[in-house]
Ligand binder design. Structure first.
Ligand code: NAD
Length: 280
């Protein structure tokens, strides 16, 4: 039987509606949640992402300011801006759009964001808290994966989860979150010896690789939940995931489409983190 679709667009809209209500409650208490987004340079994809984040904030009533800095901005200037935003009471969350130009040390910049305003959740201190199970912000894309599971009524407890990809922004944090929810977790990567055999074990399979349609139906266990984080442009217009949707959907119990799966969840989770930062 073909898989049920985990509709990220619909679930993200539900999350945004919940956030909107929470924003109204906060405003009634005199708290006006605020997000600052910092963009350095003119990378076209980053400009689109930043515009979408700003628009999403406006839609739910979050105050948002975008700081667009020229590509030649020095690291010292950028750090000065972060310091100013760290001290600004209007701002509860700070997001620096990555990648930064080569002359800027990304790690230094992320490190400079105050822990309580790190709504992207990329700072070492936040990641450390995530690993030890302390209070933290869940990084937005992995958090989106977890909410998709939750909304589909899938409890990771006791299940075998396989995460393909070990990046700091998706693979590693989502593996930690699954572990925290009591899944038995395997992390696969470019040097994994038999990826297909590992994937076939998975009750929950999360693909975050960046390789078009790497994971095919024969690698999926019957009835598995398949979450495809990958966004790969093929040719001029077509977007595909890391999973070959048509064949995987014949085996999986649940599957996310690309586009319209994890993608829309990422911004929704950023809004949720910003509101949580304001609430704290
Ligand atoms: P990355 O390049 O940082 O990491 C890719 C990982 O895949 C690495 O850990 C690598 O070891 C592993 N890998 C590479 N080839 C492999 C192979 N043949 N077999 C097994 N593992 C292999 O990528 P990332 O930043 O984690 O992003 C992964 C994908 O997710 C990309 O397509 C990216 O565009 C997408 N993405 C989507 C969102 C979203 O909002 N939906 C957010 C972030 C990333």
């Amino acid at each position: 039987m073909p898989a049920q679709i985990l509709d990220g667009k619909k679930i993200a809209a539900e999350v945004r509606a919940e956030v909107k209500e929470e924003v109204s409650r906060l405003k009634a208490e005199g708290i006006n949640p605020g997000l600052a987004v910092v963009l350095v340079g003119e990378d076209p994809a980053s400009q689109v992402y930043v515009r979408n984040k700003h628009r999403a904030c406006e839609e739910v009533g979050i105050y948002s300011e975008v700081h667009r800095l020229p590509a030649a901005t020095s690291q010292a200037e950028l750090l000065k801006l972060i310091d100013k935003l760290n001290k600004d009471p209007k701002i509860h969350g700070i997001l620096v759009q990555l990648p930064l130009p080569d002359h800027i040390d990304e790690k230094k910049v992320i490190d400079a964001i105050a822990l309580e305003k790190d709504v992207d959740g990329f700072s070492p201190a936040n990641v450390g808290n995530l690993v030890i199970g302390d209070k933290c912000f869940y990084p937005c894309t992995p958090h989106g994966c977890m909410v998709l599971l939750e909304k589909a009524g899938i409890d990771p407890k006791g299940k075998k989860a396989v995460v393909v990809g070990r990046s700091n922004i998706v693979g590693k944090p989502v593996a930690m979150m699954l572990l925290a929810r009591h899944a038995t977790v395997t992390i696969c990567h470019s040097r994994t010896r038999d990826l297909a055999a590992e994937c076939r074990q998975a009750d929950i399979l999360i693909a975050a690789v960046g390789k078009p349609e790497l994971i095919t139906g024969d690698m999926i266990k019957e009835g598995a939940v398949v979450i495809d984080v990958g966004i790969n442009r093929v040719g001029e217009k077509k977007l595909v995931g890391d999973v070959h949707f048509e064949s995987a959907a014949q085996k999986a119990g649940w599957i996310t489409p690309v586009p319209g799966g994890v993608g829309p969840m990422t911004i929704a989770m950023l809004l949720k983190n910003t509101v949580e930062a304001a609430r704290r």
